[in-house]
Design a binder for this molecule. Structure first.
Ligand SMILES: [Zn+2]
Length: 76
């Protein structure tokens, strides 16, 4: 165990401090763009922008499954 373990940023879990760039809710999806910038999305916006995300992201860190099946219904 070394204290200076270099972590791949993509393997770092998102925390409650990570906020959706669109609405400010807790982020569950982090995408990395060509050039190194990152975007964060909540579960709602990650679904809403899924097509766009897939077309521009070079890597995706997805934690939306951690929400479980209890995502709020009736919001369509
Ligand atoms: Zn959002």
């Amino acid at each position: 165990m070394t204290a200076a373990t270099l972590q791949d940023p993509n393997s770092q879990p998102l925390t409650t401090l990570d906020r959706c760039d669109r609405c400010g809710a807790q982020a569950y999806l982090r995408i990395e763009l060509a050039g190194g910038s990152e975007l964060l999305f909540c579960a709602h916006h990650s679904r809403e922008h899924e097509q766009q995300i897939r077309s521009i992201a070079v890597s995706v860190h997805d934690q939306t499954r951690e929400l479980g099946p209890r995502s709020p219904a009736g919001h369509r």
